[in-house]
Design a protein around this ligand. Structure first.
Ligand SMILES: [Zn+2]
Length: 169
């Protein structure tokens, strides 16, 4: 009994220490980056319903990319197809053609008619991968996307809170 309490105290002390260190490291080393990553309202979400906008913002906040998009634009399907043609952009057909990123303007386009709720985060991670690597290379984007997807999964595993972020119905 005494031993158990001792271990618990030890564990709590350790957890506190670890948390403290994490906090210090964050605020000292990457202050600018953290500030940027957390100011998720600095980009525009256009053409979205309030539910879509809330989902996109919560997912991007969870993924904490070092580089944020300047705008995320939901466009009707016909216009989306037109945009991809006009911009001559890579549409990642191997993945999905419902999202694409225009790097020079840091704009992520989402086909509003092919909107796919929870799985949006998975594809959004790929587009953020293009942004943070500033590269049109699919492999580079996917590599960067892995960490974003991990962060999304971690949040989903925490349970109930992910429901309110996902904004189900
Ligand atoms: Zn891509």
């Amino acid at each position: 009994m005494k031993l158990t309490l001792g271990l618990v105290a030890l564990f709590l002390g350790f957890a506190q220490l670890t948390l403290g260190q994490t906090k210090d490291r964050t605020s000292v080393v990457s202050e600018g980056e953290t500030a940027r990553a957390f100011s998720t309202n600095t980009y525009a979400v256009l053409g979205a319903t309030s539910q879509q906008e809330a989902l996109v913002r919560s997912q991007i906040q969870t993924m904490q990319p070092a580089v944020l998009p300047l705008r995320v634009v939901f466009v009707p399907h016909w216009k989306y197809v037109d945009n991809t043609r006009v911009f001559h952009l890579h549409v990642p057909t191997g993945y999905t053609s419902a999202l694409f990123t225009h790097l020079p303007s840091r704009t992520v386009f989402i086909d509003a008619d092919r909107y796919f709720d929870e799985s949006l985060g998975y594809w959004l991670a790929h587009e953020l991968g293009h942004l943070v690597t500033n590269s049109a290379d699919e492999h580079e984007a996917d590599k960067a996307a892995r960490e974003f997807r991990r962060r999304l999964e971690r949040l989903a595993q925490q349970g109930p809170t992910s429901k309110q972020l996902g904004g189900s119905e």
